[in-house]
Design a protein around this ligand. Structure first.
Ligand code: ACO
Length: 471
């Protein structure tokens, strides 16, 4: 063998030894060395370990706590150091210098836009803010007190039926999402229409007619116009509030594989159309452990009611009776960098709208929690949503609109992941495996010979008992 090739092989094996994992399978004594790359091992390498029946070794990981499922270039988080970057730009700098629409361009297209690119981008998005009249008619049919997230999820899903030309289900043998122009068109439509859908969900809720999108207003101004205008000819939203919402939108635009973005990729993997993907991602966001947390924080602060009730509230949380909403994060084990920026925005908003009294409870709650052993031991810090609810309340948004205000900007992140997913040669339909512990190979029992199951008995009893209790 050539000496240089031999030397290369030795270097390679040393490198592998330094960044590899050696596993001994005690079931059969076999040893396997697998490379570690970027801090992870490949699932398919672990699958080389097999039992006597030849079945691959699997990894059990509820909640995907330790699972890397894709390669991405969109956002970077260092949860221990409290770092968040979009396409390499620190969130603090984007919040200070950029606008939401510019950040959306960055996330979706990979680079900040030039002046000309931005003008075209803004024009295209604002040009697509109008809803088909059948969609707005449909939105009027929701019950007057429908939660706006329910309306938003259903409307985004319904939108799929209005754009058949992009729907893979209707295009056998074709791959519409390989066509950049067609993809961009859906991006403009979704980014544009989401503010109109959000505003209409609110207007329907308060029984007021819909405002058509206006000419000459930017993205945020248009959203506020459609939300708030009564019949003023010269409606103008306060520039400080426009900027506050713009920054809040920047902070909420993207956060790598959170529950809703993971849902977006999950749905995209089945090749369902992008409107249905957005509806599914928005549904995942609605939950109170995720994007519904801002609403839950406000309801919690209202329930606490006064600073003097904080200690007893925290005792209940520590005893496992409920959670301190707006605290804790799967990835951040330090202060969420977005929460620091949000806290600063609160003062700007209060200077226009007046101080929201719940802020005193929130601040005292944060102060006590951050010095309490329970929260220190578990590394629980305020997340982005701890203060947003108080800000939105001060700005006059009703509580159930808060998750909608999270959804609008997160659409940009979802679309960035949707685009990245479709361009990824490694993409695959998502199909995790389960640990099945249920019954097997049972004999079918004819209906007249079946016994009532314990589960059925107990659930009926407990429901009746509950009803008796209430009465
Ligand atoms: N209040 C009280 N205890 C908490 C909280 C909280 N907010 N969050 C976590 N804990 C405790 C858990 O009870 C658990 O304690 P234990 O080890 O004694 O059992 C421990 O901390 C770990 O909690 P997990 O639920 O395992 O952490 P996980 O990473 O799965 O959950 C989550 C993260 C869902 C965000 C959680 O912290 C939570 O429910 N927070 C409140 C809801 C919230 O604010 N969500 C918004 C997140 S940010 C966003 O989506 C934009």
């Amino acid at each position: 063998m050539d000496n240089s090739v031999h030397r290369l092989q030795i270097i390679q094996s040393h490198l592998l030894a330094r960044s590899s994992l050696t596993i001994t399978d005690n079931r059969n004594g076999k040893t396997l060395e697998v490379p570690i790359k970027n801090g992870f091992v490949l699932g398919k390498d672990m699958g080389k370990l097999k039992n006597q029946e030849g079945e691959n070794l699997m990894v059990y990981d509820p909640g995907y706590m330790q699972t890397v499922c894709c390669t991405s270039r969109i956002s970077y988080i260092d949860g221990d150091k409290g770092i968040l970057e979009y396409r390499g730009y620190p969130i603090e700098e984007l919040a200070e210098k950029s606008s939401f629409l510019e950040v959306a361009f960055l996330l979706i297209n990979g680079e900040l836009p030039t002046k000309m690119q931005f003008e075209k981008w803004e024009h295209k998005i604002l040009h697509h803010t109008y809803l088909h009249t059948d969609i707005s008619r449909m939105m009027k049919n929701f019950h007057y007190d429908a939660h706006p997230m329910g309306v938003l999820v259903s409307t985004m899903s319904a939108m799929s039926t209005f754009q058949p030309e992009q729907n893979p289900a209707l295009l056998p043998g074709m791959d519409p999402y390989k066509d950049t122009l067609l993809m961009n068109k859906q991006i403009y439509r979704i980014m544009g229409r989401i503010i109109t859908v959000a505003a209409y969900a609110y207007r329907n809720r308060i029984g007021r007619p819909f405002n058509e999108p206006a000419q000459g207003l930017n993205y945020i101004e248009n959203f506020l116009y459609m939300m708030d205008r009564l019949n003023e000819g010269n409606y103008k939203s306060h520039p400080k509030l426009v900027r506050a919402l713009d920054v809040l939108f920047i902070l909420h635009a993207e956060h790598e594989l959170n529950c809703s973005t993971a849902a977006m990729r999950h749905l995209a993997s089945s090749e369902v159309d992008v409107y249905t993907c957005i509806a599914g991602a928005a549904a995942a966001l609605y939950g109170r452990k995720h994007g519904g947390a801002n609403e839950a924080v406000l309801r919690m602060l209202e329930e606490i009611g006064s600073v003097s009730n904080i200690p007893s509230f925290l005792e209940k949380v520590k005893a496992g009776k409920g959670r301190l909403m707006g605290f804790g994060h799967r990835v951040y084990k330090n202060y969420d960098p977005r929460a620091i920026i949000v806290r600063k925005i609160a003062d700007d908003v209060f200077s226009v709208c007046g101080k929201e009294p719940l802020i005193d409870i929130a601040m005292e709650l944060e102060r006590i929690a951050l010095t309490d052993k329970y929260f220190i031991d578990r590394k629980l810090y305020p997340n982005v949503d701890f203060y947003t609810g108080v800000i939105y309340k001060s700005m006059g948004f009703p509580t159930d609109m808060f998750p909608v205000l999270f959804t609008i900007p997160r659409v940009a992140g979802w679309l960035a992941h949707w685009k990245e997913f479709h361009a990824d040669p490694e993409n695959k339909i998502v199909r995790p495996r389960q640990n099945y512990i249920g019954k097997r190979t049972r004999d079918y029992v004819p209906v007249d010979k079946r016994q009532k199951s314990d589960f059925f008995l107990s659930s009926v009893t407990s429901t009746r008992a509950k009803r008796r209790e209430v009465n």
